[in-house]
Design a protein around this ligand. Structure first.
Ligand SMILES: [Mn+2]
Length: 306
């Protein structure tokens, strides 16, 4: 029963929570390997196997933080893609603004609506992805999972992308000619000076930031469960270093993040990687907001398995 899998974490009310987890099992425009619609349930199921102590920050975030898993939001059968995107944006805009929003995809086409619902002024979008996702449209739809960064750029946000290793010549030309897009190609990051330059660029960010992580940014040997795998890719510790630089940058206001394009697979390694990444995002954001200085919040804050 997939629906029961959304209730593994104890839920706080909307006005008393620190993190909103929004499952978006949207799968409409996948172009290669199907299954990303099962991503959110698989990530939440894998959280059952997580130890909640964060060995990096040396605390148990859920003893101090409230978390709310929202009902899954997906396209209705008779709804157009455009109507779904508008409803997603409106739903996100109606959520309380103080908690961190963590959306679990689903395909990458959900990201522009999430950002538009959450960032009223232009900011920076940090993209970890094997692909540049800058197509204007793909396979007949502008809402394709190949297009989200085109829409993000059109909305006026600047983009810092890392891990890219698959793109069209038009996308390469656009990146080269647009000062609002900074791209660290995946292979370039093998060079220590480029890796340091990426971390320095993230440390230099300020203002509102959205973090979007396509699971295909990872090396597919480590995370095979993605819709459009590409050789090469970032390691687990590289991704952690990137999000650490972003979340602990005191000039950044993180407006939200999304993990997208997971296709659950039998080994569960990819599912667990996404679940643990969610845990790190929540824990490190909480630590950056000094929520560890709060007293423990009693029995409701204990994780209870069902
Ligand atoms: Mn993508």
């Amino acid at each position: 029963m997939a629906t029961a899998r959304y209730q593994l974490l104890p839920n706080r009310s909307l006005d008393d929570t620190d993190v909103l987890v929004l499952p978006v099992p949207y799968e409409q425009t996948v172009s290669y390997k199907p299954g990303t619609g099962r991503g959110p349930a698989a990530i939440l199921a894998a959280t059952e196997q997580l130890e909640y102590y964060d060995e990096d920050q040396r605390w148990s975030p859920f003893k101090h933080m409230g978390i709310t898993v929202l009902p899954p939001l997906d396209k209705r059968s008779h709804e157009s893609e455009g109507d779904f995107q508008r409803r997603l944006q409106q739903s996100v805009a109606a959520l309380p603004s103080r908690p961190l929003l963590l959306a679990l995809g689903g395909e990458h086409s959900i990201t522009p609506a999430l950002i538009q619902g959450r960032m009223s002024a232009p900011g920076t979008v940090v993209l970890l992805d094997a692909h540049a996702d800058l197509r204007r449209e793909f396979e007949g739809t502008r809402f394709s999972h190949a297009c989200p960064m085109h829409h993000v750029r059109e909305a006026g946000h600047t983009i810092l992308m890392a891990g890219v290793r698959s793109l069209l010549d038009e996308e390469a030309v656009r990146i080269a000619g647009d000062p609002g897009i900074r791209c660290f190609m995946d292979r370039e990051l093998q060079r220590p000076e480029s890796w340091r330059a990426l971390l320095a660029a993230i440390a230099a960010l300020s203002g509102p930031v959205w973090l979007t992580i396509d699971m295909d940014a990872f090396n597919p040997a480590a995370v095979p469960g993605v819709g459009t795998p590409q050789p090469g890719g970032l390691s687990w510790y590289q991704v952690l270093a990137i999000i650490e630089a972003c979340l602990f940058n005191p000039r950044v206001t993180l407006r939200g993040c999304d993990l997208v394009e997971l296709v659950p697979e039998p080994s569960c390694v990819s599912d667990m990687t996404a679940a643990k990444l969610s845990h790190k995002l929540i824990s490190w954001w909480g630590k950056s907001q000094r929520l560890d200085e709060r007293p423990e919040r009693g029995s409701q804050t204990e994780i209870e398995y069902q």
